[in-house]
Design a protein around this ligand. Structure first.
Ligand code: HEM
Length: 457
């Protein structure tokens, strides 16, 4: 006999609409996860959504023999901007396999390693900017790191400089914000309201992102190069299985998808700065390691794999930031349409029930972590890390639909984490600040500012 899935009490007709703040959906889900634990459901506008917030059930629904990515809600909405791209493709669309086989080799650990200099040079630009601020040195890290991310992604993957660290913010940053916020909100509004009041903003954000991507393609065509980067593969590689290349429109889809994906890394990095400030002993420990391995030399690619404690800092910040706050799963369709059992039959869901993994719950599951809210990089190093259940290592998603940019993101994070700890001192602008997050496809600290200067100055 299965137990009912816990659900907050709702209102007639509208259901649990009041339990979700449409301006900060993930914060609402975090609160519900804290209250209801490993699994809960809500009903909104007649739809039931089940949320999984415990590691054991998350592990179960990451079994690709039984479950797969659910392409619904905001992911379907963002198809307006990127169509059947890697991120948004339905399981049955052959475009996914074609694009994946063309792009994955250029985002492997070794290909990304070849882009170390691009990532490191752009990191130097930002660090020099921060070092040179003088007494006017209060910054919002997320703003500058978003700029850096766009600069680094455009250089490393597409071979072009935007020089967007200074001056007015590059329009693609606001366009990504507008498009993802709109994609998150549309499923919870009646269709005619979306069409009547919100279509224009979505259209304009899409046009901005796609014209930036078209400019990148045009620039490469105008300036041929033998640089063997992701853009080269998008433009001319053929899928080894089908022999097909990407169409012009598909190339634009995938170019637009890259900064939307990579914009999660600045969210993680900013949260890491928050936790470092709250835990100065971690900075001291990381500096010991960095000073022993890198010393007064410039950071090299080889160094980034010799810094286990710094990597533990990145992993622990990843766990507690849940920067990509969740991902969607559904049972693999079955002819029998029988209900699906979870947790050995404790719970039962419909054969076609969408499930959302809430990493704020999974990553802080008290059944896995002793003092789950504490920032302890040492639990993310060596054997301690290896022993953790795989569900608490799902920050990049799952299985065949796992993040294609994870090696790129990791190298960027290792470079940034090492260099900011090695070269900069931070101080909280407001020492009473406690972490609040908001966001759409990713979550970042809200209103978090710091004072920054060169280390030891
Ligand atoms: C810390 C940084 C990042 C995090 C936490 C992250 C997280 C994720 C997650 C959770 C998914 C799975 C989404 C789902 O199941 O619906 C995903 C997919 C994806 N990510 Fe990332 N991501 C990061 C960086 C990047 C970067 C740097 C890129 C591009 C260079 C990227 C591009 C993508 C793409 C294209 C997909 C779809 C993959 C597919 O379905 O085949 N992401 N990411």
């Amino acid at each position: 006999m299965s137990s009912p899935i816990p659900q907050p009490p709702g209102l007639p007709l509208v259901g649990n609409i009041r339990d979700i703040n449409p301006s900060n959906t993930w914060a609402s889900l975090k609160t519900l996860a804290e209250k209801y634990g490993e699994i809960f459901q809500i009903k909104v506008l007649g739809h039931t959504i089940v949320f999984v917030a415990g590691a054991a059930i998350a592990e179960e629904i990451c079994d690709e023999k039984r479950f797969r990515k659910y392409v619904g809600g905001p992911i379907v909405e963002i198809r307006y901007a990127v169509h059947n791209s890697l991120f948004t493709a339905f399981d049955h669309e052959s475009s996914w396999g074609i694009a994946h086989r063309i792009m994955a080799p250029k985002l492997s650990t070794s290909s990304v390693g070849e882009r170390f200099d691009d990532l490191n040079i752009t990191a130097t630009d930002l660090i020099n900017k921060w070092k040179g601020l003088g007494s006017n040195n209060t910054i919002f890290p997320i703003g500058d790191l978003n700029r850096l991310n766009l600069e680094a992604t455009t250089l490393a993957l597409f071979g072009q400089r935007l020089n967007c660290l200074g001056g007015p913010e590059h329009p693609v940053i606001q366009a990504m914000e507008d498009a993802t916020s709109e994609a998150m909100r549309r499923p919870n509004r009646p269709g005619f309201l979306n069409w009547l009041f919100y279509g224009k903003k979505f259209k304009s954000a899409t046009a901005t992102m796609r014209s930036w991507a078209a400019g990148i393609v045009q620039n490469r065509k105008d300036n041929p190069t033998d640089r063997n980067d992701l853009l080269a593969a998008l433009l001319s590689a053929k899928d080894p299985e089908s022999g097909k290349a990407l169409t012009d429109s598909e190339v634009i889809d995938e170019i637009v998808t890259m900064p939307i994906g990579s914009s999660t890394a600045p969210c993680l990095m900013t949260t890491a700065i928050y936790y470092l400030l709250k835990n100065p002993h971690v900075i001291a420990e990381a500096r010991k390691e960095i000073d022993a391995v890198v010393g007064s030399d410039e950071l090299t690619h080889a160094h980034t794999s010799q810094l286990p404690y710094v990597e533990g800092v990145v992993r622990e910040a990843f766990r507690l930031s849940f920067a990509a706050p969740g991902f969607n799963i559904e049972p693999i369709p079955s002819e029998s349409k029988s209900p699906v059992l979870l947790a050995g039959g404790k719970y039962q869901i419909a054969h076609n029930q969408p499930l959302i993994i809430v990493l704020a719950g999974v990553n802080r599951d008290p059944n896995v972590f002793d003092e789950p809210l504490a920032f302890r990089p040492e639990r993310m190093v060596g054997e301690a890390y290896e022993k953790l259940p795989s569900a608490v290592k799902k920050g990049f998603g799952n299985g065949k639909r796992e993040c294609i940019g994870k090696h790129y993101a990791w190298l960027w994070l290792m470079i940034m984490m090492t260099r900011i700890i090695k070269e900069l001192d931070f101080e909280a602008a407001d020492p009473t600040y406690e972490l609040h997050q908001d966001g759409w496809f990713n979550v970042r600290p809200t209103d978090f500012s710091v004072k920054v200067k060169a280390r030891g100055n």
